[in-house]
Design a binder for this molecule. Structure first.
Ligand SMILES: [Zn+2]
Ligand SMILES: [Zn+2]
Length: 127
């Protein structure tokens, strides 16, 4: 049975964090944020809240081959730039995917979702 999630300060803070962050974040970053807000928390609680937001389709879960999940608030179609040197993942908006999906539809394939990542070095890591 699933535990009920109340509107605790931790949950409100996490929801706010997602709304104000425009790149995918991981559990460690969420915990660091809660600590900076002096909110008492632990990993289990954070996982439970994130799981709740994910199941209620408020956030998306992403995987970039880092051995961990990242999460971001659901928003319009976009892709990700993953720096292979530091921990940075950036959003990049998309103008082509509509056409691309139409081409795929012509093949008779029904697209339900997609994921596109570009791996490389962020601005800072190229210096
Ligand atoms: Zn980097
Ligand atoms: Zn994103």
């Amino acid at each position: 049975m699933e535990a009920k999630i109340k509107n605790t300060p931790a949950r409100l803070a996490i929801t706010q964090l997602f709304e104000n962050t425009d790149s995918p974040i991981d559990i460690e970053q969420i915990i660091a944020f809660l600590r900076s807000k002096k909110l008492k928390t632990n990993k289990v609680t954070v996982y439970r809240i994130v799981d709740f937001l994910y199941k209620n389709e408020i956030i998306n879960r992403l995987e970039f081959g880092e051995g961990k999940f990242r999460y971001e608030v659901k928003k319009e179609d976009h892709h990700h730039l993953v720096c292979s040197n530091c921990d940075v993942v950036e959003d990049v908006s998309d103008v082509f995917i509509d056409k691309f999906e139409k081409d795929i539809a012509k093949k008779g394939f029904l697209v339900k979702s997609h994921s596109l990542e570009f791996f490389g070095l962020c601005k800072n890591c190229q210096l």
